[in-house]
Design a protein around this ligand. Structure first.
Ligand SMILES: C[C@@]1(CC(=O)O)C2=NC(=C\c3[nH]c(c(CCC(=O)O)c3CC(=O)O)Cc3[nH]c(c(CC(=O)O)c3CCC(=O)O)/C=C3\N/C(=C\2)[C@@H](CCC(=O)O)[C@]3(C)CC(=O)O)/[C@H]1CCC(=O)O
Ligand SMILES: NC(=O)c1ccc[n+]([C@@H]2O[C@H](COP(=O)([O-])OP(=O)(O)OC[C@H]3O[C@@H](n4cnc5c(N)ncnc54)[C@H](O)[C@@H]3O)[C@@H](O)[C@H]2O)c1
Length: 199
């Protein structure tokens, strides 16, 4: 399996089925600025809220083969194996499909996923144990505290500044390395001082 992180801006995403699993996957898809369509006769109250808020489209009916047309990403998440398989078969080779009850027929899996602003940590067991992935996520959750979000914003801004102001490659590298020192992660005053010093 090949790990990447994906930009879904303006991409069409189709989710077939509107149950618990579809809802869980939707939480990761919202706020990606994707065009999300759910095809399902029923949806959970949570999905209904997203629908009412205009965050997703909802086609209130059973899946039809033509639904996959033009979708970049497709998730087959009904409780019916045959329907899920049919979703997969309706897709062209260049469409990315996740079939929730059949990893071997999927082009991608979802990963357990930790978000600290710009820091993303994703864990996969390639389907061996989603529960282990969840447990590892919870362990990392404690290790990478909330402070990492602001730290990553600092790293991002400082890196831009260094790229702008420092031409000497060696000095540039040393400065980028210096940003990883503990004091910058834990101390906001040290971060401010860094910007003052660099000019
Ligand atoms: C990461 C996460 C994201 C998400 O989907 O939310 C995810 N599953 C999560 C949770 C979870 N899934 C299941 C349980 C119940 C306990 C159990 O059965 O173990 C729990 C626990 C819970 O819900 O708490 C059951 C389950 N999962 C799959 C099957 C089908 C099969 O194996 O054939 C079945 C059996 C269904 C059945 O037989 O009824 C398949 C997949 N699930 C994946 C991802 C992909 C592989 C990721 C990997 O291994 O690392 C893959 C291959 C495809 C995919 O879905 O993309 C999320 C992590 C938790 C988190 O982040 O908190
Ligand atoms: N990948 C995972 O992490 C994971 C975890 C648990 C379960 N599962 C699998 O996911 C499946 C779905 O689980 P769930 O808890 O979401 O089920 P659920 O019963 O809560 O929801 C099923 C949804 O599918 C819809 N549906 C049924 N037939 C349809 C059709 N022909 N066209 C469109 N929509 C249709 C239903 O209306 C409902 O909204 C389970 O059967 C299980 O195999 C996967």
């Amino acid at each position: 399996m090949y790990p990447i992180i994906m930009n879904l801006n303006n991409k069409r995403v189709l989710i077939v089925g509107g149950g618990e699993v579809a809802t869980k996957k939707m939480k990761m898809l919202l706020r990606q600025n994707a065009q999300i369509v759910v095809v399902s006769p029923t949806i959970t109250p949570t999905l209904y809220t997203y629908f009412v808020n205009g965050e997703i489209r909802w086609l209130k009916r059973s899946f039809e083969a033509a639904d996959t047309k033009g979708a970049f990403l497709v998730i087959a998440a009904t409780n019916n194996r045959d329907v899920n398989a049919m979703v997969g078969e309706s897709c062209l080779e260049n469409q990315l499909v996740n079939i929730v009850d059949s990893p071997v027929d999927s082009d991608f899996y979802n990963m357990a996923y930790l978000n600290r602003g710009k820091l993303k940590i994703a864990i996969s067991t390639e389907g061996a144990s989603p529960l282990l992935a969840k447990q590892i996520k919870q362990d990392l959750n404690n290790f990478f505290d909330d402070g990492y979000e602001a730290y990553l914003d600092f790293l991002s801004a400082a890196r831009e500044k260094i790229k702008l102001l420092v031409n000497d490659e060696e000095r540039k590298y040393l400065l980028l390395q210096e940003l990883l020192e503990e004091k910058f992660r834990t101390n906001e005053e040290e971060r401010e001082k860094f910007f003052l010093d660099i000019g």
